[in-house]
Design a protein around this ligand. Structure first.
Ligand code: CP3
Length: 357
């Protein structure tokens, strides 16, 4: 009898996928996996405000671990928000039911110059502390992800004050005062590097940069403004851990985004993973990209789309995820089905199915 190989643990799976390896199965986690679709999350939120959960390590650890306990996901993303550094840079921040609100948005050169490059351990120490406690609680075999907003996406909130259709204010800032706007992106990048380094020092296995709004830019503005600030952060981290770069509605930007220095590009459901792989080559791993709305559909649909998504890369440099955050109305059992389908799909079988189709 041939001896069975030792089972590969979750951290090796995730790191292997980031390196572009072919693995026996894909690692799977979900953006926004800690959140309101989970009754145990809602229970904590009934007693504590959102920012209080972020800033209280005991609560942040609990909600970060909830999806691991409930769904057995292959990575735990620390519970926080991309707007935490905006506050630490000196902006007032409210995060209520209507979404984020920054009542004193950045609109001038003098305001950009006043933004602080903060010390992450003294100003946002609750975040590395939460990571240290998660790592201690789940042990060395489970990867923990740190994260930050990418400068353009964070700037959208810091300048607009809230999410608005069209991003007219932030774009007019970019077009009218390009030099000052570039200084803003540079300042955010400079604040983000130590912020992520503190998360890595605390035990983050990899970090993700969220560039949710980069798809609002055309290619030239993306290359002139958003991309250099992302490159600045990634080169500033010096390759100590893999970097996952999330972009949304970004088909026109992907070849440029692939030059960010990230090890993994995380993409939404509008793109065909197989096509992207052909275009970008095997050196950059891919994460995604099931439409979160599919998880509102019937079980057969969830299974089909998940298996087809895995089949498109055949377990080669692929982290299975959604194309954006899980929706609040998602039934927990559907999230469970997505994760289990991903984890049970042995790559060999999926490859065979993909061939038969
Ligand atoms: O993925 C995770 O489970 C980790 C936690 C996490 C949150 N926000 C918790 C959160 C992460 C990684 C984020 C990132 C984030 N925050 C992004 C980038 C990714 C994306 O979703 O586009 C952005 C743009 C934000 C800013 C933000 N925070 C918005 C627009 C909102 C309101 C929208 C909403 O869903 O309510 C938030 C609040 C927020 N951040 C919630 C959660 C769980 C909901 C707050 C609540 O519990 O009431």
């Amino acid at each position: 009898m041939t001896p069975q190989p030792a089972p590969i643990n979750r951290k090796e799976l995730l790191l292997g996928a980031c390196r572009g390896e072919v693995l026996p199965r894909v690692p799977v986690w979900m953006m926004r996996q800690a959140g309101r679709y989970l009754p145990e999350y809602r229970e904590i939120r009934a007693k504590h405000a959102f920012l209080e959960v972020c800033k209280t390590p005991q609560l942040a650890v609990e909600v970060s671990i909830q999806p691991f306990r409930r769904l057995g996901v292959d990575a735990i993303i620390v519970f926080s928000d991309i707007l935490i550094p905006a506050e630490a840079m000196g902006l007032q921040l409210e995060l209520g039911d209507a979404g984020p609100n920054l009542p004193n948005p950045v609109r001038s050169r003098s305001h950009v110059e006043r933004l602080k490059i903060f010390d992450p351990e003294t100003e946002t120490g609750f975040l590395p502390e939460a990571i240290r406690r998660i790592v201690k609680s789940v042990g060395p075999d489970v990867p923990v992800l740190g994260f930050a907003g990418a400068p353009w996406t964070l700037a959208c909130y810091m300048v607009e004050g809230k999410t608005k259709e069209g991003f007219a204010t932030v774009k007019s800032f970019l077009y009218r005062e390009s030099k000052v706007f570039r200084a803003l992106l540079h300042r955010i990048a400079q604040a983000t590097i130590p912020y992520l380094k503190a998360q890595i020092a605390a035990g983050a296995t990899a970090v993700q940069l969220f560039d949710t709004w980069c798809g609002e830019l055309n290619l030239q503005d993306y290359e002139d403004f958003a991309l250099p600030a992302v490159q600045e952060i990634i080169s500033g981290l010096g390759g100590s851990v893999p970097v996952i770069y999330y972009t949304k509605a970004s088909q026109h930007l992907l070849p440029a985004a692939a030059r960010s220095g990230a090890n993994v590009l995380s993409v939404d459901w509008r793109v065909d993973l197989g096509e992207i792989r052909k275009a970008l080559g095997p050196k950059i791993a891919l994460q995604g990209n099931v439409d979160p709305a599919v998880l509102l559909g019937p079980p057969e649909k969830i299974r089909d789309v998940t298996l087809a998504t895995i089949g498109s890369l055949c377990g080669h440099g692929h982290i299975l995820n959604l194309g954006h955050g899980i929706l609040q109305d998602t039934p927990v059992e559907n999230a469970q089905l997505f994760v289990q389908t991903g984890q049970r799909a042995l790559i060999q079988q999926v490859t065979t199915v993909a061939h038969v189709r």
